[in-house]
Design a protein around this ligand. Structure first.
Ligand code: SAM
Ligand code: ZN
Length: 283
């Protein structure tokens, strides 16, 4: 099945890679659901994503990013402020053009879809985005019809077969070293983007905690030490000028959303963008 055939084409391409979150069995299509041989069944949402959380798993406890955050992020990313980050990710990801790409914590799918467009893809390439947030995946699935979006908790078992993934993106999102090692085939690339200490530092005068911890990069590398070797490390650093709308969106698209009121206003501001982009190779 070729690309550009919408939701069904992408599902058929990716189906062999998926596994049941309850028993680990392979999944098949049953009406508008996915179902394994033991009849564990997972529904397709109207927007087109599939809910692959095991029954009872954190339905209300962990919604991930809520709609206001997702919409703010879409507007902000659409205005180009993080294009250089995305370009660096694309450059690393396409060093060995991948057939299977997984984005863990994909949000509304902006990075995944930019990679998809940059990729002179083999027609059977499979792009899968995982996120815990239904609000994020609703927007992702409606916009990016050539990728498959699945509700998954990165903190638990991912619904993807062992050693099946060529490139795994993990961009400003939670990580799971055991699961990432399991789903990546030997030689495959894990591309991690994380904020450096002074990322968006000018914003901290305006809003409390943007949640950047010290030594993040070293600690992350240490956690991935046993199954990965460092393939590339790059710091992406520049300044960008934000309009008042941009400032409002960048505040609402991250954890600081929970610490400001909805009528938060700000002046234009020039901010530092500073992130570490790492490519780790699965040994
Ligand atoms: C800062 S956003 C980044 C989204 C996207 N990678 C981007 O940079 O545009 C973090 C994302 O991680 C998701 N997330 C948080 N906890 C998660 C979990 N346990 N499993 C999967 N996704 C999670 C959130 O819903 C959100 O979409
Ligand atoms: Zn099952």
């Amino acid at each position: 099945v070729g690309r550009g055939q919408g939701a069904l084409g992408v599902l058929n391409r990716c189906l062999p890679l998926l596994s049941c979150p309850v028993c680990g069995g392979t999944l098949g299509v049953a009406d508008t659901s996915l179902r394994c041989a033991r009849r564990h069944t997972f529904d397709r949402a109207r927007a087109g994503y599939y809910d692959l959380l095991p029954p009872g798993h954190g339905r209300t406890a962990i919604p991930g990013d809520v709609r206001t955050m997702v919409e703010a992020r879409r507007r902000f990313l659409g205005r180009g402020h993080f294009d250089s980050i995305s370009d660096t990710v694309i450059d690393l990801a396409l060093r060995t053009p991948p057939a299977v790409v997984l984005d863990a914590g994909c949000g509304e799918g902006w990075y995944l879809s930019r990679l998809m467009r940059a990729h002179e893809a083999p027609t059977d390439a499979c792009f899968i985005g995982l996120d815990i947030s239904r609000d994020a995946l609703r927007l992702a699935a409606r916009t990016h019809r050539d990728a498959l979006f699945l509700v998954n908790d990165v903190g638990h078992r991912l619904c993807v077969a062992d050693a099946s993934v060529d490139v795994l993106l993990n961009i400003f999102a939670p990580r799971n070293e055991h699961e990432f090692a399991r789903v990546l085939r030997p030689g495959a690339a894990l591309i991690v983007v994380m904020p450096a200490d002074d990322h968006l530092r000018e914003l901290r005068a305006l809003v409390p905690l943007l949640g950047i911890q010290h030594d993040k990069r070293e600690r992350t590398l240490a956690r991935f030490d046993t199954a990965f070797e460092v393939g590339a490390q790059q710091e992406v650093r520049y300044a960008t000028s934000l309009t008042p709308d941009d400032v409002r969106d960048v505040v609402h698209m991250g954890p600081s959303h929970w610490h400001v009121t909805s009528d938060f206003q700000a002046d234009a501001l020039r901010v530092t963008v500073a992130v570490d982009v790492m490519m780790l190779r699965r040994i």
